[in-house]
Every structure is written in structure tokens, then in C-alpha cells.
Design a protein around this ligand. Structure first.
Ligand code: GMT
Length: 375
């Protein structure tokens, strides 16, 4: 099949999922065309069967808001015609689904049929999408997409409760390539961040309000009082300065390292003993799955799709949003005993294997095959 994938190219979960999906489809023999405004972070070097089409919006003084959606729709029309695409798959509803609808209608007027699949990732429904300024467009696009998928049952339910749509939503969870069995990381790498007797706790996010990064620090502070640890913070975003201030207030500056944006998150996770994800809402929590895949247990909130990924008492623990006391108690339960930690590491990896890339990519192929006749 010739598949056009429209995505955000950044570090965000939806972009990561879309890029990894495209790479996997390409390795399975499909021709994949990424359409977005800059090269996707996870795309890496040149690969067979993959092309990247850049959407660039010209700067004109009249435009207070550059019309990205219009240029994107035109680009989709162009790529569908030039590359003879069979299907478009747009990740994140805003504005990708409405641009895809526009492209479809334009092509339709030229007697070219192009189905489009919309994958909902979370904030496009739970935070931004349900805002009155987007809602009518999102509802319309959900109804007009040839297929809609969501990354968790929880997101599917949220979609039905926030939007007046009855259309079928196919749940296809996020995925991760199978990883080698957990083995102790090279001590030289660990030693760059922590002394041998210290534990390494990690959090990765875009540091937006929804991630509750202050809870990461408050939980870490409680754990660190009992078990000396280091906290590695990967990512960047609007809450970072507040967090730096809190670090100073709690006198934790020498225990917390802000590492900024890193594209090889798995490499970083491999040296961690525990992962914290106390989000206000999380449609899936891809980063928790990434941690589990390399044998890192997860302490998370019990919100949104997280209980569909992290299993209580098995791959980690889940607490109510904001309950940093409970999160710390759970973290200490895991870190306090090497045998328990090892068991949780194994369990976490075992659980992550249920989200194996190979089997989940086939579910997307099945969706495409409903609209594309060729193999
Ligand atoms: O985590 C974010 O805020 C980024 C956001 C995105 O759309 O890039 O992530 C969402 O999509 C991910 C991939 O499907 C999910 O794993 C995240 O849970 C979801 N984030 C939220 O729901 C807050």
C-alpha cells in the first residue's frame, strides 16, 4: 500500500507513535509518505520505502496566524496525486483531520477517491478538542473520517462523552518494539548520574500542566528521604521554571538533573530503577510503556488509559491523582528490596510484551485493508 501519514514531528507521544508506525509499515514493504512541517524527531537516517514531504507556510505580513491547515490540505492533495497514495492516516485530530477532510473533498472533485483514517491520541479530545472553539469541527471530522481509532478504551469513552458522535471507534493501543531481557546497565553509565548505593528515578514528559511535574518532585523528595536517590528529568516545557524553583526550595538541586530533550529515551530509561508518571490525565502513557519495556517499574496516577497499561502491584502501582504520599509509599515498596525490584522489573517487561509492535501494526493494516483493495 502507499500510505500518507500526517503527524506532529515533535517529541510528543502522538508524533512518536506515528513515526514508529510509519517506520514499521515501511519495513513490512509498504510505501510510507510522512507529511508534516519538519523532519520527525524519531525518523532518524534514510530508510527504504520512506519519504518525507515538508509543509512550509510562507510568511506574509497579512497573516497574524499563518494558515497551516490550508497549506497542509494542499500538500496532501499534491502528495496523494503525485505519489498515487491509497490512503491517508492522520494522527491527532487538530488540525489534521479537518485538513484531511478538505483534501479528500478537493480530490473528490477531481474524481480521485482517498480514504482517511483519524487516530485520536488524547489531548486532541480530553483537553483541546472538547473546547467550544474546536468542538463542532472535531465532531464533524470524526463523523466524516473513513475510520477512527483511539489509543485506549478510556479515550474512546471520553470521545463518546465529549462529542456527539455514535460512529464506531476502533481501539488500537500504542506499541513498543520487543526489547532484550533486562540486564544490569553498565556501571560506568549509571555512575555518571548516581553513586553505586543510590537509586535512579526518572520522569520524561513535555512538562505541561497536565503532567503534574511538581508531584514528580514531591514524590521523589519523600522517597529520597528514605532511600538516597537521583532524579533524572527528561524533556522540557512550560512548567520547568516552577520545577527548578521547587527544587531549590526543597534543597534538592544536587539530587535532580534536568537533561532536556533527548531522542533516545530508551537508552536513558535503561539506567533507571523507577519511572514516575503522576499525570492529571493520560490517554495511554506511551512513556510508561517505554519504561516498562526496558524493565523499569512505573508509579503512576490511576487516570485515563494508564490502568490499561500499568498493572497495580505487577508492573508498578497506581494512585489517585495528587496523592504523592501514596506514590512515595509505593515507590519505597519497590525500591526497598532488591528482590522485589527485580520481580517488578521482570513483570513490567512481561506486561510490555503484550504491546508488541508487530502485532499492533497488523491491526492498523487491517483498518487500511477495509478501504484499500490491493495487498
Ligand atoms: O503526552 C502528551 O501530552 C503528548 C500527547 C501527544 O498527543 O503527543 O500525548 C498523547 O498521546 C500519546 C500517544 O498516543 C499518549 O501516550 C499520551 O497519553 C497522550 N497524552 C495525554 O493524554 C495527556
Amino acid at each position: 500500500m502507499r500510505i500518507g501519514i500526517v503527524l506532529y514531528p515533535t517529541f510528543g507521544g502522538s508524533g512518536v507513535v506515528a513515526t514508529e508506525l510509519g517506520k514499521s509499515l515501511a519495513s513490512r514493504g509498504h510505501e510510507v509518505h510522512f507529511i508534516t512541517y519538519s523532519q520527525p524527531v524519531r525518523l532518524g537516517s534514510f530508510r527504504e520505502n520512506i519519504s518525507y514531504h515538508e509543509v512550509s507556510v510562507s510568511d506574509y505580513p497579512l497573516f497574524e496566524y499563518p494558515p497551516y491547515e490550508t497549506v497542509l490540505a494542499s500538500k496532501m492533495v499534491d502528495v496523494v496525486k503525485r505519489e498515487k497514495l491509497d490512503i491517508l492516516h492522520v494522527h491527532y485530530a487538530i488540525p489534521h483531520a479537518s485538513a484531511a477532510y478538505m483534501a479528500k473533498m478537493i480530490l473528490n472533485s477531481q474524481n480521485i477517491e482517498i480514504p482517511f483514517v483519524t487516530t485520536l491520541h488524547g489531548t486532541d479530545i480530553t483537553l483541546v478538542g472538547k473546547d467550544a472553539s474546536f468542538e463542532p469541527v472535531i465532531t464533524f471530522c470524526l463523523n466524516e473520517s473513513d475510520a477512527v481509532t483511539a489509543v485506549s478504551e478510556s479515550l474512546k469513552e471520553d470521545t463518546y462523552s465529549h462529542f456527539s458522535t455514535t460512529r464506531h471507534i476502533n481501539v488500537i493501543p500504542n506499541f513498543i518494539p520487543l526489547q532484550d531481557d533486562y540486564k544490569e546497565p553498565e556501571s560506568s553509565i549509571r555512575l555518571r548520574y548516581a553513586d553505586p548505593e543510590e537509586k535512579i528515578i526518572c520522569h520524561i514528559s513535555n512538562f505541561r500542566k497536565v503532567k503534574r511535574v511538581e508531584d514528580v518532585l514531591l514524590t521523589f523528595n519523600r522517597i529520597n528521604e528514605k532511600i538516597p536517590s537521583k532524579l533524572l528529568l527528561v524533556g522540557d516545557g512550560p512548567e520547568r521554571y516552577k520545577l527548578e524553583e521547587l527544587c531549590t526550595k526543597l534543597k534538592l538541586c544536587d539530587r535532580v538533573k534536568f537533561l532536556g530533550k533527548i531522542s533516545d529515551t530508551l537508552g536513558m530509561l535503561k539506567i533507571a530503577d523507577l519511572f514516575l508518571l503522576p499525570s492529571e490525565t493520560e490517554s495511554f502513557g506511551l512513556v510508561a510503556l517505554e519504561a516498562m519495556a526496558v524493565g523499569v517499574p512505573v508509579i503512576s496516577s490511576n487516570t485515563g488509559g494508564l490502568p490499561e497499561v500499568n498493572v497495580q502491584g505487577v508492573s508498578g502501582y497506581l494512585s489517585d491523582v495528587g496523592d504523592v504520599e501514596d506514590m512515595a509509599i509505593n515507590g519505597l515498596k519497590i525500591l526497598g528490596d532488591p528482590e522485589i525490584l527485580l520481580q517488578f522489573r521482570k513483570n513490567a517487561q512481561e506486561r510490555a510484551r503484550e504491546f508488541d509492535l508487530e502485532s499492533i501494526v497488523k491491526q492498523y493494516e487491517d483498518v487500511y485493508r477495509k478501504f484499500v483493495k490491493i495487498s
